[in-house]
Ligand binder design. Structure first.
Ligand code: GTP
Ligand code: MG
Length: 279
């Protein structure tokens, strides 16, 4: 497996800018990609959170395996740490998230109210890997499309404070990765789900990695997507299977083109509700 790594200077800058703002922030909302709740946890963000109230959003829940979403929600919850699975693309009602923010900030709010403040402002920041849906969640919280959203990593370039109508101020931040992934598979999972720029890795390497996982955990989805007979799939090694699928989809021997096509289908949920991390 070739190593996949992506930590350009602007991510380091974004990490430092987030650290600078921490003192102002009452609740840190970490947005994960629900299809890779482990690989999308940025250890630098965990470190920055410290003891601050922390909400974890399992975003893109509409695309993830629902059984595993439940399992991850239970696994990740802890002291001062709340978890919410969310489909922020289709779901415009963020009431559950607003309630969690208020709950997480309750200690501070009560302290300010005891000193006479009424309805004090709660400041939150959304942070996470590129392309996991931070700006989409923020647009839902604000109730308008105020933050730029896009189906590629690195859309948000700088921090920005926005106001919601629930006396919550929210900081949108650029997606950040970290300098060295703990194991190779983390980079492959991030690449598979669009957190890493496509030009940084070989699509066929990542497609083969996905194929191996589909075989093991989502054989029915693979059968349907491959359009090949079950026995033929069983008899072929992964590279042969990828080539057979390339031909089946009319791309002759253009392995690379098919690999990218397959990753795009995976990201959209067109292969199935696939989650590649297990608690
Ligand atoms: N299906 C689905 N798509 C989502 C969801 N949330 C966001 N998206 C899509 O994911 C893509 C990335 O969304 P953004 O909100 O730009 O992600 P981001 O985390 O702000 O990305 P960066 O600014 O690049 O770090 C967009 O195409 C969104 O429409 C979700 O819950 N479900
Ligand atoms: Mg963004």
């Amino acid at each position: 497996m070739a190593t996949i790594q992506w930590y350009p200077g602007h991510m380091n800058k974004a990490r430092n800018q987030l650290e600078d703002k921490l003192g102002l922030i009452d609740v840190l909302v970490e947005v994960l990609d629900d299809r890779i709740p482990q690989a999308s946890r940025n250890p630098m963000i965990e470190e920055l959170v410290g003891n601050k109230p922390h909400i974890i959003i399992l975003n893109k829940a509409d695309l993830a395996d629902p059984v595993l979403t439940k399992a991850w929600a239970a696994e990740l919850a802890g002291d001062n740490k709340y978890v919410l699975a969310l489909d922020s693309l289709h779901n415009t009602n963020m009431q559950k998230l607003v309630s969690l923010v208020k709950k997480a900030a309750a200690a501070k709010t009560e302290k300010l109210e005891a000193r006479g403040a009424s309805n004090p402002t709660i400041r939150i920041a959304l942070a996470g890997i590129p392309n996991c849906g931070k700006s989409t969640v923020i647009n839902r919280l604000v109730g308008r499309n105020v933050a730029e959203v896009g189906n590629k990593p690195g859309v948000t370039k700088g921090q920005r404070w926005l106001k919601t109508n629930a006396n919550i101020q929210v900081l949108d931040t650029p997606g950040i990765l970290w300098p060295k992934f703990s194991d190779q598979e983390v980079g492959y999972k991030l690449a598979a789900f669009g957190a890493i720029k496509d030009s940084v890795f070989h699509a066929d390497d990542v497609a083969l990695f996905v194929l191996k996982n589909l075989r093991e955990f989502y054989a029915k989805d693979l059968l349907k997507f491959s359009k090949l007979p079950e026995q033929q799939i069983a008899d072929m090694a992964d590279p042969d299977l990828l080539l057979a699928m390339t031909e089946k989809y009319g791309m002759r021997d253009d392995y690379d083109r098919f690999s990218l096509f397959m990753l795009q289908k995976l990201r959209k949920g067109a292969i199935g509700r696939i989650t590649l991390d297990r608690p």
